[in-house]
Design a protein around this ligand. Structure first.
Ligand code: IMP
Ligand code: MG
Length: 349
C-alpha cells in the first residue's frame, strides 16, 4: 500500500482542494480519503472550467476515484446527501457509486447543530463539529453505521484497504478484467483545516476539534510505512476566520482581503488577513514532515506588490517577488529537502 497526504499548514483556506484535484488528475490513486473534520470545511475546486464547493466529499469523484469520508471525520447526513445529489447532477449519476462513508465515522446530529449554533466564543462555523467530536470522545456519540439512510454508502476501511485486492472503479477495463489484474491501494489523504487550527498545535481554544496534521491521516487505517509524500499547503500570506484578533490595523489588509476574495467558502464570513508567518510555517513543515510545499495565491500578492514576511516578531520587507522567494528558499534549504511550488493560478500548481 502507498499513501500521499495533503495537509494544511496555516488556518485552513489555503488551496488544498486545488492540490487534491491536481494530484488526482496526475496520480495513480485508487482511493481518496478525507481524514478529519466535517462540513466546517469548504473545498473550492475548479473542474473543467466549472467551480465546485464541496464540504464533505473528497475530490477523487471528479476523476472516477473512490472517495471516502474516513473514520476521523464527523458527518452531517443531510449536508452529505445535498452534496451527493449536487455532484451527481453535475458529473453524472455514476459518481454515487464512488462515494463512501466509513462506518465508524461519527455523525453530527440536530442537537450538535443547535448547540454549535449558539457559539459566541470561538467563532465556529456552526456546523456542529465541536459537539460531535466531544460526544465521540465521551463515548456517547452516534456512528455512521447506526444511521439507516447512510447504509448504501458505508464501508469498512479495514476491508477496503487491507482486504483481498480488487479492481478499483477507475482502473476497471476489459483488459484488467481479462487478466484478473490486482491493484494495491494507493491512497490520497485529503485534509481539512490546517496546522494553525489543529486541536493540539493551534492557539487553544481558537482551534477546531480534530487532528489536522499528518498524524490525523494515519488515524484512518494506513500504516506509517505506506506514506510516500506529504504535500504541505500554504498561502503566500495568512488568513484566519474566528473570534481571535488576527488582522493588524492597516488598510492594506482590507485591500488584500478584497483582491484575494478572502471570504469563507462555508460561511461567507470575511477572513482576517496578515503577512506570511514564517516561524509558524517552519514549525508546521517540520512537524508534518512536508516534502512537497505549495505556496498558493502568489498572484494576489503580485497585485498589491507588497512582499512582507513575519518572523521573530518583526516584519521583513522585500522589494520584489524574487527577493522574497529567494529568502524563502534559503530558509527552506536549512529545514529539509523539499520541492517548492509557487502557484499563481486558482486552476493549477
Ligand atoms: P469549527 O471547526 O466549526 O468548530 O470552528 C473552529 C475554528 O476553526 C473557527 O475559528 C473556524 O472559523 C475555523 N474553521 C473551521 N473549519 C475551517 C475551514 O475549513 N477553513 C477555515 N477556518 C475553519
Ligand atoms: Mg476552506
Amino acid at each position: 500500500m502507498k499513501a500521499d497526504i495533503i495537509v494544511g499548514l496555516q488556518h485552513g483556506d489555503c488551496g488544498k482542494g486545488k492540490v487534491t484535484h491536481h494530484l488526482c488528475k496526475e496520480g495513480d490513486y485508487t482511493h481518496v480519503i478525507r481524514y478529519n473534520g466535517g462540513c466546517n470545511a469548504g473545498h473550492t475546486i475548479f473542474h473543467e472550467g466549472e467551480k465546485f464547493v464541496t464540504h464533505h466529499i473528497p475530490a477523487g469523484v471528479f476523476f472516477g476515484i473512490k472517495s471516502i469520508i474516513g473514520p476521523g471525520c464527523v458527518i452531517d447526513a443531510e449536508q452529505f446527501y445535498r452534496e451527493v445529489i449536487d455532484l451527481s447532477l453535475k458529473l453524472g449519476p455514476q459518481v454515487t457509486d464512488l462515494i463512501k462513508v466509513a462506518k465508524n465515522a461519527h455523525v453530527i446530529t440536530e442537537e450538535h447543530l443547535e448547540e454549535d449554533g449558539k457559539d459566541t466564543e470561538i467563532g465556529t462555523t456552526k456546523k456542529g463539529n465541536g459537539p460531535a467530536y466531544r460526544d465521540k470522545y465521551a463515548r456517547v456519540g452516534v456512528r455512521a453505521e447506526k444511521v439507516k439512510s447512510l447504509e448504501p454508502f458505508l464501508v469498512d476501511i479495514y476491508d477496503e484497504l487491507h482486504g483481498p485486492p480488487s479492481i478499483p472503479p477507475n482502473k476497471l477495463s476489459l483488459d484488467s478484467m481479462l487478466h484478473n489484474e490486482c491493484f494495491e491501494p494507493v491512497v490520497l489523504f485529503e485534509g481539512a483545516q490546517g496546522f494553525g487550527l489543529d486541536i493540539d498545535w493551534g492557539e487553544y481554544p481558537y482551534v477546531t476539534s480534530s487532528h489536522c496534521t499528518v498524524a490525523g491521516a494515519l488515524l484512518n487505517g494506513v500504516p506509517p510505512q505506506a506514506v510516500r509524500n506529504v504535500w504541505g499547503i500554504a498561502k503566500i500570506y495568512e488568513t484566519y476566520v474566528g473570534k481571535k484578533e488576527f488582522q493588524p490595523e492597516d488598510p492594506i489588509f482590507d485591500v488584500l482581503q478584497s483582491i484575494g476574495q478572502e471570504y469563507g467558502a462555508t460561511t461567507g464570513r470575511p477572513r482576517q488577513c496578515n503577512w506570511l508567518d514564517w516561524d509558524s510555517l517552519e514549525k508546521a513543515i517540520k512537524i508534518n514532515g512536508v516534502n512537497n510545499l505549495v505556496f498558493n495565491k502568489v498572484d494576489i500578492l503580485k497585485q498589491i506588490n507588497t512582499w512582507n514576511v513575519q518572523s521573530q516578531g518583526e516584519i521583513l520587507s522585500f522589494n520584489t517577488e524574487d527577493e522574497m522567494k529567494k529568502w524563502i528558499l534559503g530558509k527552506l534549504s536549512k529545514v529539509s529537502t523539499i520541492n517548492v511550488y509557487f502557484s499563481s493560478s486558482p486552476n493549477h500548481l
